[in-house]
Design a protein around this ligand. Structure first.
Ligand SMILES: Nc1nc2c(ncn2[C@@H]2O[C@H](COP(=O)(O)OP(=O)(O)OP(=O)(O)O)[C@@H](O)[C@H]2O)c(=O)[nH]1
Ligand SMILES: [Mg+2]
Length: 226
């Protein structure tokens, strides 16, 4: 029974990889760079996007917003006059706790790919499942809020290991918490040595310019292969 279960999971992930490659090919054809943003629920993905999306140094951006239900985050981001496309996993996708390549594929016809340089995908809030499913992205960003505890890289290593940038958010709250930032960074380097990280607060704006600069670089066309 165990073997069968593992085989089905492997097949599902293989199918996902195939569709992710098809998405990647569509994004490449349109010369659009794609960033997949992930975190536990409420770590601050939407708040950190609200801080930077209106000004990315001239790069044209759109958002693909993934939620189980509703369009609360899409409405927040649309008020920045950025094109936002909503995917809800509840109707049609079984209420999944993550986006997979097929869900993203189903949204591609609704995306303004010929008018943008960068697509930011806000994944469903979840620290586990989104990390398992590539969707055709160029880069992954994860947000880890200091309210979540310094042990999280050790307990949820896959997401920390498979991202290109870690945004350590809510640092305005540090004086009120017993969160040990040095211990968190030590744990982070244990699972993903040297990964880029920014200490940020969507509340006060601290560190936000560094995050904006990273996203601007992510929007730049890929360097030609040598
Ligand atoms: N103090 C403080 N609160 C923050 C910060 N960033 C976000 N918040 C608050 O945290 C809550 C969740 O923020 P969101 O930006 O909605 O988080 P999210 O990751 O998009 O949440 P989901 O999409 O539901 O997973 C909101 O009440 C924000 O105001 C921060 O830097 N400092
Ligand atoms: Mg959100």
């Amino acid at each position: 029974v165990h073997k069968t279960k593992i085989k089905i999971a492997e097949d599902a992930l293989d199918a996902n990889t195939t569709i992710a490659h098809a998405n990647r090919a569509d994004f490449d054809r349109a010369q659009v760079r794609v960033v997949n943003m992930m975190s536990a629920p409420g770590a601050g993905k939407t708040s950190l996007l609200e801080r930077v999306l209106a000004d990315l140094g001239g790069a044209r951006v759109a958002v693909l917003e993934g939620d189980v239900q509703g369009s609360l985050d899409a409405d927040r981001l649309a008020s920045l006059h950025v094109p936002v496309t909503q995917i809800n996993t509840d109707p049609g996708f079984g209420g999944e706790c993550h986006l997979d390549a097929n869900m993203v594929r189903s949204a591609i016809p609704a995306l303004p790919l010929d008018k943008i340089d960068l697509l930011v995908i806000e994944n469903v809030g979840n620290l586990v499942c989104p990390a398992e499913f590539r969707v055709g992205e160029d880069a992954r960003v994860m947000v880890a809020a200091v309210t979540e505890g310094e042990d999280k890289p050790l307990k949820y290593p896959l997401m920390f290991r498979t991202c290109e940038l870690v945004l350590v958010n809510k640092i305005d709250l540090l004086p009120h918490l017993d969160f040990d930032l040095d211990r968190f960074l030590y744990n982070l380097d244990k699972v993903h040595p040297g990964v880029d990280r920014c200490l940020v607060s969507a509340r006060t704006g601290e560190g936000v310019e560094e995050w904006r600069a990273w996203l601007e670089r992510a929007a730049a066309p890929a360097a030609a292969p040598a």
